[in-house]
Design a protein around this ligand. Structure first.
Ligand code: NAD
Length: 270
């Protein structure tokens, strides 16, 4: 897959949570294509194993392995890091990407749903950092990339738990960056906008909703998972060697607007 070219992650070892689908699967393909070996964690065992097999087949070498792991369980995330060190010798990159959504405002959302979203989307990232940092130290440094969201920068209607969790991931990313910068461990977040993955399938499939989404996005389309994986690749690679504690937004321009109408377009239509 990598040929003779030395990829941007040549010799690096990465753990990717939520690695069986969407953005995580796209990152797995991209990272391996750039010379990394990867340990994929996810609840989706069939898809995860199939992807690891696909990557090993393409590379003609054992470059990927899958472990079923739930990010809400610290020990299961620690097992991913242990597998990276045992099977591939080290850990250089932790991509904390697993996540779920849940509709509901403060009144309609029940406590169990709130706790579940916080547990996966926020506690899962904490578990990933906690498990990875000792291994990154042993490797002499490394990079953590957390998948937050533009839903952590501004709020959405009816998305209370997700908004809270993703905003917390952004500020937690900063504190990890501060606490571990002197150890050569960088920590950054990627904030996707509307990305075409199984997570958004249900809503994207409703045409009036998809149309409203396209109209709100200056680039007039959803992003694809590779477009987020490429941001994660940049943040994980040495190209981002002086980048830490920040967030990179990839949203087709959605958050560039302050929400006011497109006045020139409206005037020209009068
Ligand atoms: N798709 C979007 O529009 C969008 C926008 C902003 C942020 N995000 C974020 O991107 C990340 C990846 O989402 P995606 O769009 O690729 O969705 P996806 O559903 O395709 O992938 C998410 C993966 O996480 C896994 N997962 C869920 N709970 C888990 C748990 N407890 N432990 C381990 N794995 C678990 C799922 O099985 C799935 O394979 C998420 O953090 C999501 O919040 C997505």
């Amino acid at each position: 897959m990598n040929g003779n070219r030395q990829g941007r992650l040549h010799g690096r070892v990465a753990v990717i949570t939520g690695g069986a689908s969407g953005i995580g699967a796209a990152a797995a393909r991209l990272f391996v294509g750039e010379g990394a070996r990867v340990v994929l964690g996810d609840l989706a065992q069939g898809a995860g194993e199939a992807l690891a097999q696909e990557l090993n087949g393409l590379a003609g070498a054992p470059v990927a392995r899958f472990l079923r792991s739930d990010v809400t369980q610290l020990q299961e995330v620690e097992a991913l890091v242990a597998a990276a060190e045992r099977d591939f010798g080290r850990l250089d990159i932790m991509f904390n990407n697993a996540g779920i959504g849940s509709f509901g405002d403060t009144v309609t959302l029940d406590v169990a749903q709130w706790k579940q979203v916080i547990d996966v989307d926020l506690n899962g990232v904490f578990h990933g950092c906690k498990a990875a940092i000792p291994a990154l130290r042993r490797a002499g440094g490394g990079a953590i990339v957390n998948t937050a969201s533009i839903s952590g920068i501004g709020a959405d209607y009816g998305f209370a738990a997700y908004n809270a969790a993703k905003a917390a991931v952004i500020n937690y990313t900063r504190t990890v960056a501060l606490d571990h910068a002197a150890e050569n461990i960088r920590c950054n977040a990627v904030c996707p906008g509307w990305i075409d993955t199984p997570l958004t399938e249900a809503t994207s499939g409703i045409e009036p909703l998809a149309r409203a989404w396209r109209e709100a996005i200056p680039m007039r389309r959803a992003g694809n998972p590779e477009e987020i994986a490429r941001v994660a690749l940049f943040l994980a690679s040495d190209e981002a060697s002086y980048v830490t504690g920040t967030t990179v937004v990839a949203d087709g321009g959605l958050t560039a607007s302050n929400g006011q109408p497109n006045i020139p377009a409206l005037l020209s239509g009068l």
